[in-house]
Design a protein around this ligand. Structure first.
Ligand code: PGA
Length: 264
């Protein structure tokens, strides 16, 4: 795993935007995996600014979001379809017909997973997957004890996730306990992964993911099996990593190579 530590959350977003824009400019037909939550908001704001400045286009892009709540229609302000429309899709030139979010409104939600897996396969797989990480180590809604080879399916949210996300819902408002999420096995098939983590609330999860044992108790630790994952975190999220100095040294070497040969 490549670990990049930046001073602030804004720097994290800028670095992630560099990687996304570079990939989009190299491959205008990129298949992009997208995440929701508060962490990627600054990344999406950067991508919109760069799009407005004419530096990047999403015209040929196909996107797949990680997850969606069961029981929230796309028009619901807390649905992830609504989030993506508001914070990215409506502000760039992406073709809405090529944006995919799992369907949380099927009569039988268990049908959503296989359909989503088939759509990802039909698109040729995900080239670049953007991820956040839950304070409990989840990626997508793959909560602790999720199978490390799991596929897109219905997942019951952990109490910690329900509590963490309750800030987005009004008091007394229906908050789903079920979600459709790409599985860990699905995520691991992305050709490249960029995981963003900011704030000290993520410090323990980041340390477990990067330096802990691979364990279903920290689903993100499965990324240790992935050959091209970049973890970008701010100082607070990196504060419990033991090998920070090493990562900074590696980054200096990488930056020197990038300055000479361009981003890989
Ligand atoms: P957050 O969520 O960005 O809102 O902290 C991250 C996640 O749960 O994956």
């Amino acid at each position: 795993m490549e670990v990049i530590i930046h001073p602030t959350a804004e720097d994290v977003a800028a670095r992630a935007a560099d990687i996304c824009c570079d990939a989009l400019n190299k491959n205008p037909a990129l298949v992009l995996g997208l995440a929701t939550g508060s962490t990627p908001l600054a990344l999406y704001a950067q991508l919109i600014r760069r799009h407005q400045a004419g530096q990047v286009s999403f015209r040929g892009v196909t996107s797949f979001n990680l997850d969606e709540y069961v029981g929230l229609p796309p028009s619901h302000p807390q649905s992830y379809r609504h989030y993506m429309h508001t914070h990215l899709f409506s502000q760039v030139d992406i073709d809405p017909a090529r944006t995919h979010v799992p369907d949380g409104m099927l009569e039988n939600p268990m049908d959503a997973g296989p359909a989503y897996e088939a759509a990802i396969r039909a698109a040729g797989g995900i080239d670049l997957q953007v991820l956040g990480i839950g304070a409990n180590g989840h990626i997508g809604f793959n909560e602790p004890t999720s199978a490390l080879h799991s596929r897109t399916r219905v997942k019951t949210l952990a109490e910690k996730t329900v509590t963490d996300n309750s800030r987005f819902f009004q008091p007394g408002e229906f908050q789903p306990r079920l979600a459709i999420t790409m599985g860990i096995g699905t995520i691991l098939e992305a050709r490249r992964i960029v995981l963003l983590a900011t704030g000290d609330g993520k410090a323990e999860a980041v340390a477990n993911m990067v330096e802990g044992s691979v364990s279903a108790m920290c689903p993100a630790s499965a990324l240790q099996f992935h050959v091209k994952t970049t973890v970008i975190c701010d100082r607070a999220a990196a504060s419990r990593l033991r090998m920070r100095d090493y990562y900074q040294f590696v980054l200096a070497q990488q930056d020197a190579l990038t300055a000479r040969f361009g981003l890989r």
